[in-house]
Design a protein. Structure first.
Lengths: 333, 268
């Protein structure tokens, strides 16, 4: 019983089939389409909130590629977000460049280069060691940037905001849609299968001809580009940037929690997670301003305990509550 | 010059000499059995030939290349494939996807599309008898099916040489017969096989030659039925006391035969 349901569940949520649950993708596309009309509401609060959702969804999709599909849990993907934001600031401060597209492209390029250079040594590390190394890199990079004046140093760098027609919002939307599309495409490509094979068993993958180092580095580069693009747009939208904001702990932890909440190693999981977590966060924050982080922590613990495979998993479980309990047992024993 | 050459291979893990100066050749189209008691270095030998371990001495030559110089993920591109004694399926992928990964990245992988890889995967699943469970997750397979999956994944690499590491352990009599048939089929397609196996029935019926390892050294080599009678091999497997007793029994038998030859004359 448990075994057959496990397969079905895995396939339906797109973990067995890695290609993603079709319905989750349809819903994601519909949600993205709806998000396109947000600026026409002329509601600053909603626009800001939704831009945040799109940003976190992009970061989460980026993390999902290396942490979810490839199984290399990175605790330092914020470094690419920070580097993207810094690139955007440097472009304005030193080159008087305001173009969002240019900022995104340059930021993505710089981050990809960084992932390439750092990836070769540290993607040799396995499991926790890789996680610790990425954490170290994030902290070190923040310190380095905070101590180089040309890069903004320890002070706040302002960026002249030219937000005609909600251009930052649309830019963030486009990056998120592109990241989702890229994940969807990768998940059904040979490359995607190589990543999952590496996650499942790196030695067996190598014997089957998968050049693990190459694909891991490549996955991390794409992951870095997503985060950096989000960072570049965020810096512009924010109007100013300093290193504590660019390398904020929230920007590191939220995307990971969102991916887990939505469904690790699924195409649509990060987007779903970003919505749900932001909704929870906003509700708690407005109701219990003093102790909202306490509730927030409790929510995360409950989710990890009862939804180990993410929200998308719920859609695949059949047989109502009993089915849920059964499949929970199958995973948690 | 022979097809695959193992030249003076030694492998040391700290204080343990797992392999010590092992040399043998494998002919094209052969089925070589690699046998020996537990801990004699068979699996280590398989790991050296498949490029998982770099030997601490000697080398393995294949297709004008030294295996240790080739990165592990490129060994299959030379035409060497292997199965793992402790099976290593990609648990969350389906059986079909598991095999397809091999078809995607193996020797012919560059020429195959994703769709082509899945078609190849389906063909192989039919050959090894897993077509009925193609859509199951690999983690849900029974042990014999996991062994079959290992073989299918290795075959997906389109190998010239296939290393089978104890694929028959834990199979029942019928399944062993099926496995032997499968080995013959694969060999019939021109694939050279190197087999590590404890099951002597399988070794005796399919192997064209046998190499015997004991404590990391090669102690015998030759035709299967000749090698298993060698006192050296019996000693390695069953201990020196048994070998001596075997020798005594042989002696008694010979004397009895001699006596029988003499007796008819005495009665005449």
């Amino acid at each position: 019983m448990a075994s057959t349901s496990t397969v079905k569940v895995l396939q339906k949520v797109g973990m067995g089939g890695i290609t993603g649950n079709r319905y989750a993708i349809y819903v994601s596309c519909a949600v993205l389409a709806v998000l396109l009309v947000v600026p026409s509401l002329h509601n600053g609060y909603i626009e800001n909130l939704m831009r945040g959702v799109l940003m976190f969804a992009t970061l989460s999709l980026g993390w999902n590629l290396i942490g979810g599909y490839t199984g290399y849990v990175s605790f330092g993907n914020v470094v690419f977000f920070g580097v993207g934001a810094t690139t955007s600031a440097v472009l304005w401060q030193h080159f008087q460049q305001q173009n969002i597209l240019l900022a995104i492209v340059v930021a993505a390029f710089v981050a990809a280069l960084m992932a390439l250079v750092l990836g070769f040594p540290i993607l040799r590390l396995k499991g926790h060691y890789f996680g610790i190394a990425t954490l170290g890199i994030a902290l070190a990079t923040q310190e380095i940037i905070a101590n180089i004046d040309w890069l903004g140093g320890g002070s706040v760098t302002s960026i002249r905001q030219v937000d005609f027609f909600s251009s930052y919002y649309y830019a963030m939307w486009a990056i998120c849609a592109l990241s989702l599309g890229a994940t969807w495409f990768i998940a059904r490509s040979k490359f995607g299968y190589a990543l999952v094979a590496i996650r499942e068993n790196e030695e067996a993958a190598a014997i089957l001809g998968v050049d693990a180092t190459k694909y891991k580095v490549f996955a991390w580069m794409i992951s870095a580009m997503m985060a950096a693009a989000a960072g570049a747009v965020f810096a512009g939208a924010n109007g100013s940037i300093d290193s504590p904001t660019a390398f904020a702990v929230d920007n590191n932890v939220f995307p990971i929690v969102m991916a887990i909440l939505g469904g690790v190693g699924t195409v649509a999981g990060p987007l779903v997670g970003a919505f749900v977590l932001t909704a929870i966060n906003e509700t708690l924050w407005s109701r219990f301003p003093e102790i909202h982080t306490l509730f927030f922590g409790a929510v995360i613990v409950i989710v990890v305990l009862f939804l180990p495979r993410g929200i998308l998993w719920l859609f695949a479980v059949r047989g109502g509550f009993r089915g849920f309990v059964n499949s929970l047992k199958a995973y948690r024993v | 010059m022979s097809f695959l050459q193992v030249e003076g291979v030694g492998m040391r893990f700290g204080g343990l000499q797992a392999l010590d100066n092992v040399t043998f050749d494998v002919e094209k189209g052969a089925v070589l059995g690699l046998i020996g008691p537990n801990g004699s270095g068979k699996t280590t030998m398989m790991n050296v030939i498949s490029g998982v371990y770099k030997p601490s001495a000697g080398r393995v030559r294949f297709a004008d290349k030294t295996i240790a110089d080739v990165p592990t993920h490129n060994v299959c591109k030379l035409g060497i494939a292997r199965t793992f004694q402790i099976v290593k399926p990609f648990a969350s992928l389906t059986v079909r996807e598991n095999v397809a990964v091999g078809a995607m990245y193996g020797r012919e992988g560059g020429k195959r599309s994703t769709k082509g890889s899945f078609e190849r995967s389906q063909e192989l699943l039919e050959i090894v008898g897993l077509a009925r469970v193609g859509d199951k997750a690999a983690s849900d397979l029974t042990i014999p099916d996991r062994k079959r999956l290992e073989v299918a994944k290795a075959l997906a690499l389109d190998p010239d040489v296939l290393l089978l590491d104890e694929v028959m352990a834990g199979l029942n009599a019928t399944e062993v017969d099926e496995a032997i048939d499968l080995i013959r089929t694969v060999n019939g397609r021109g694939v050279t096989l190197i087999i590590v196996e404890h099951l002597m029935k399988a070794i005796m019926s399919v192997c064209t030659s046998v190499v015997v390892l004991a404590e990391g050294r090669k102690i015998a080599e030759g035709l299967p039925h000749v090698v298993v009678q060698s006192p050296e091999v019996i000693k390695a497997y069953l201990g020196s006391r048994f070998a001596e007793r075997q020798a005594q029994l042989e002696e008694i038998k010979r004397e009895a035969d001699l006596a029988r030859q003499v007796e008819p004359g005495a009665h005449a």
